[in-house]
Write a protein that binds this ligand. Structure first.
Ligand SMILES: NC(=O)C1=CN([C@@H]2O[C@H](COP(=O)(O)OP(=O)(O)OC[C@H]3O[C@@H](n4cnc5c(N)ncnc54)[C@H](OP(=O)(O)O)[C@@H]3O)[C@@H](O)[C@H]2O)C=CC1
Ligand SMILES: O=C(O)CCC(=O)C(=O)O
Ligand SMILES: [Mg+2]
Length: 418
């Protein structure tokens, strides 16, 4: 494969996908990485160093990652020339090499380019945004019992208001849309039709079913007691409300769920353990107060794209903040790992921020490859560094008697605790 600016490491090999979607992982898999904008320059090298150390310690040179830099965002503009934000060969590489990891990418508010993060997810059809939220002992938290927060978010990653179907106020296009809605669809409720922007929220049965299927399967595989559909279906009946109905329908159709006490909640039997898994739903605003008051009642969460975005940061805050909030974007075959947080531009290039989110995203990636020993070492390193109170600014400012470390020093502290 001839790339213009991507150098394929000679010593590495490609990961391949088998017909049952399992992976064949060579001893030196080539992993594409996007450095990321803003703090990407700080956290990405630290992530690579910690991962390399964990792999070396676990497998003593028998395995190793062949990192391959691919470009997106501001760095792509530097490498490929102005106004190249997501080069075609970057898309090709992350698709063909199957498993990749990325730093955060900037999206301007209002005008300017649309989100490159969303574009990557949509174009690769990475329809699951998987964001586990767990507590590490000793992490400063604003809640009294942070250890009770242990949830895994399945955020729909390909539809909803995130599809980017919108028209700006005052344009001929929005006038056409408003005219269509008023004249052909009989819509009378646009309060200020002359000065409205309009956005469209597609939510499908197919998209809902494939997400909820993954969430229930995760609950089965990980012996979790419940799966909750979080929605705003009382207001947005045919999108969020339909998501709830289609979610229950999928649980019945494919997992044999039965209504519990006449419904709407259901229960299904975990085929691996025989235990019951409750399938329930909650309206999103109520959910946001209950996760603070009774977090232990929630476990696996399936929700639409925008709700999932808000819930990710809110839940991350309960267990210490988005400095240690990892994630993965998944299709049935391709996987791209990334932190929950963004580019935190005010800290860019200062070697200051917490690299924990990206490192824990890499921990998920190692587990995805089946390299559990190396993944376990990363968790051990994180637990050890936090327990020793050797932490970055975000934790240090909330911890008594902590030692303030830079981003790179925190990576070294983790390696020291493996
Ligand atoms: N997937 C992606 O690539 C994402 C990209 N973005 C993009 O990032 C840009 C900035 O977004 P913004 O809304 O400011 O959100 P950010 O997540 O970038 O930052 C918000 C705040 O979170 C804290 N924070 C973020 N990362 C870390 C870290 N690694 N360690 C410690 N604290 C951290 C900081 O808090 P404090 O000020 O308290 O220190 C920071 O000011 C936007 O262009 C946005 O579109 C946003 C989210 C995801
Ligand atoms: O794409 C962006 O800039 C923001 C995305 C985001 O906030 C998220 O995925 O959590
Ligand atoms: Mg977000």
């Amino acid at each position: 494969m001839a790339f213009q600016h991507i150098t394929v490491p000679a010593e590495g090999e490609r990961i391949t996908v088998n017909s049952d979607y399992s992976l064949s992982v060579p001893a030196r898999p080539i992993i594409p990485f996007i450095e990321g904008d803003g703090i990407g320059v700080d956290i990405t090298p630290v992530m690579r160093k910690v991962v390399d150390a964990a792999v070396e310690k676990a497998y003593g040179g028998e395995r190793g990652i062949a990192w391959m830099e691919v470009f997106a965002g501001e760095k792509a503009n530097k490498v490929y020339g102005e106004n190249t934000w997501l080069p075609a060969e970057t898309m090709e590489a992350v698709r063909d090499f199957v498993v990749s990891i990325k730093g955060p990418l900037t999206t301007p508010v209002g005008g300017g380019i649309r989100s490159l993060n969303v574009a990557l997810r949509q174009e690769l059809d990475l329809y699951v945004c998987l964001r586990p939220v767990r507590y590490f002992d000793g992490t400063p938290s604003p809640v009294k019992e942070p250890e009770k927060t242990d949830m895994v978010i399945f955020r729909e990653n390909s539809e909803d208001i995130y599809a980017g179907i919108e028209w700006a106020a005052g344009t001929p296009e929005v006038k056409q849309v408003v005219d269509f809605l008023q004249k052909q669809m009989g819509v009378k409720k646009i309060r200020f039709p002359e000065s409205s922007g309009i956005g469209i929220k597609p939510v499908s049965r197919e998209g809902t079913r494939r997400l909820v299927r993954k969430a229930i399967q995760y609950a089965i595989d990980n012996n979790r007691p419940s799966m909750t559909l979080v929605h705003k279906g009382n207001i947005m009946k045919f999108t969020e409300g339909a998501f709830k109905e289609w979610g229950y329908e999928l649980a019945r159709d494919e997992f044999g769920a039965q209504p519990l006490d006449g419904g709407p909640w259901h229960v299904l039997k975990n085929p691996k353990t025989g235990a019951g898994i409750v399938v329930k739903d909650v309206i999103a605003d109520a959910f946001l107060q209950q996760i603070l008051l009774r977090p232990d009642e929630y476990d696996v969460i399936a929700t639409l794209n925008l709700n999932g975005d808000y819930i990710s940061d809110a839940l991350a805050a309960q267990v210490g903040g988005i400095g240690i909030a990892p994630g993965a974007n998944l299709s049935d075959s391709v996987a791209m790992f990334e932190a929950t947080h963004g580019t935190a531009p005010k800290y860019a290039g200062q070697d200051k921020v917490n690299p924990g989110s990206l490192i824990l995203s890499a921990e998920m990636m190692l587990r995805h490859l089946g390299w559990v020993e190396a993944a376990d070492l990363i968790v051990k390193g994180m637990e050890g560094a936090i327990a020793a109170k050797t932490v970055t600014y975000d934790f240090e400012r909330l911890m008594d008697g902590a030692t303030l470390l830079s981003c790179s020093q925190f990576g070294d502290a983790m390696i020291g605790k493996m």
